[in-house]
Design a protein around this ligand. Structure first.
Ligand code: GDP
Ligand code: MG
Length: 183
């Protein structure tokens, strides 16, 4: 589908425990568009779903210009009551944990399972994101164990910080490139 001059439109969702920084990461990424103002979520198609999405165009390395449609759970992750429609046609998933919150890391496999349980034959591409990398002194998940989990689940691992704007573009670029390769 043609979308704003972009040949491909990818639907991407951010998942992880409440307060790990998903919304901050997303807003930081969208605000990084040249000339962008403070991002506002676009209205959702079905108000009852309770999710928000943002859009950003992206130039792939050695590839076409694509549009990312980025979906946020808007607080519903707290109750684990995310509707199946949230996962419909999802091509990419950022599994986000807070590197200062051990529980959020332990729950990554649950989030992964939840997506896998809703997938049809076209499997989504995942990326593991260790967020709040600016908080190194209170960090309680090592890069090595995060890498090991990512490898065991068949995905890459990136450490990000919305506060320091560290690796924010890299995370989304890595996921988009992996999706392109899987097409
Ligand atoms: P969500 O519930 O996963 O959407 O998380 P939010 O984006 O609402 O962020 C939860 C809390 O973490 C807020 O107090 C944010 O200010 C804070 N936060 C988000 N990103 C970062 C970051 O990169 N570093 C630090 N130190 N705090 C962050
Ligand atoms: Mg949020």
């Amino acid at each position: 589908m043609e979308a704003g001059g972009c040949r491909y439109q990818f639907r991407i969702v951010l998942l992880g425990d409440a307060a790990v920084g998903k919304t901050s990461l997303l807003r930081r990424y969208v605000a990084g568009t040249p000339g962008a103002r403070e991002p506002e979520p676009e209205s959702e198609a079905a108000p009852t779903v309770g999710v928000e999405f943002y859009s950003r165009a992206l130039q792939l390395r050695a590839g076409p210009r694509i549009k990312l449609q980025l979906w946020d759970t808007a607080g519903h992750e707290r109750f684990r009551c995310i509707t199946r429609s949230f996962y419909r046609n999802v091509v990419g998933v950022l599994l986000v944990f807070d590197m200062t919150n051990r529980k959020s890391f332990e729950h990554i496999q649950d989030w992964h399972q939840e997506v896998m349980a809703t997938q049809g034959p076209d499997k989504a591409v995942f990326l593991l994101v260790g967020h709040k990398s600016d908080l190194q002194s209170t960090r309680c998940v090592s890069a090595q164990e995060a890498e090991e989990l990512a490898t065991s689940l068949g995905m890459a691992f990136v450490e990000t910080s919305a506060r320091n704007n560290s690796n924010v573009d890299l995370a989304f670029d890595t996921l988009a490139d992996a999706i392109r390769q899987a097409l």
